[in-house]
Design a binder for this molecule. Structure first.
Ligand SMILES: C[S@@+](CC[C@H](N)C(=O)[O-])C[C@H]1O[C@@H](n2cnc3c(N)ncnc32)[C@H](O)[C@@H]1O
Length: 221
């Protein structure tokens, strides 16, 4: 896979790219690139934004600036799937993470200030994705949330090959939340681990886990 981030603040990602699962997929062939809108802007003095038509507070990222950044990165080559990070976008979830992880080339556009000129969403991007109904200062943490959920689905990302197979909201659990986990000690301050998990009976453990997962799904509806 190739994953590109477009941002005004690439330093936000310095910590992210050093994380173990990210390094694992890079070692296995995933390519991660960063593009700064300011480095390809056609405007003078590194300008990337402008005041909103109709008035109001804040500045809006310009469509010509984002188009120039995409052109500079891809020219006439095949365009990747381009995703805008926006609070107003489609809600990000596990099934969308699985879908994006299957893309050979994914581009995440991080906004700032008041956000993107809507023509970027309408004409330059394939999707707008929100990570939740709240507003962050910039798209960088949202892009890292999306990238983290996507990259950990790639083979070799996690220490254990089955690590991401049976997790909350996965197909293996019919989209339900995961069952609870416990580890040693078996009794701490009178808080006991369920007996079934100490029984060694794998079939009963399996049934208990599925039942708990379904119970969580029902209580979160
Ligand atoms: C301050 S926000 C803009 C908020 C916008 N004026 C609004 O009210 O919807 C700046 C940038 O942060 C990113 N952002 C903020 N909250 C987000 C969220 N919940 N999901 C995805 N991206 C978000 C987007 O890239 C956005 O362009």
């Amino acid at each position: 896979m190739r994953l590109d981030f477009f941002t005004l603040f690439p330093a936000w990602f310095d910590w992210f790219v050093g994380q173990r699962h990210v390094q694992n997929v890079v070692r296995d062939g995933t390519r991660i690139e960063f593009f700064n809108y300011r480095e390809s802007t056609p405007l003078s003095a590194g300008q990337v934004d402008d005041a909103p038509y109709g008035g109001g507070a804040g500045m809006v990222l310009r469509v010509d600036v984002v188009d120039a950044a995409l052109q500079a990165a891809y020219a006439d080559r095949a365009r990747p799937r381009v995703v805008v990070l926006a609070p107003t976008g489609r809600q990000f979830d596990e099934s969308l993470a699985v879908e994006l992880a299957a893309e050979p080339h994914l581009t995440l556009l991080c906004g700032r200030y008041e956000g993107f000129d809507e023509r970027i969403v309408d004409h330059l991007a394939d999707d707008a994705i929100s990570i939740g109904r709240y507003v962050l200062s910039g798209g960088e943490p949202a892009a890292m949330v999306v990238a983290d959920a996507v990259l950990r689905k790639l083979p070799g990302a996690l220490g254990h090959p089955d690590g991401a197979a049976e997790e909350s909201f996965s197909a293996a659990l019919d989209g339900a939340p995961e069952y609870p986990h416990y580890t040693r000690p078996p009794n701490y301050r009178g808080w006991k681990v369920p007996d079934v998990l100490l029984s060694g009976d794998h079939e009963r453990v399996r049934e208990w886990r599925i039942e708990r997962s379904r119970r969580r799904a029902a209580s979160s509806r």
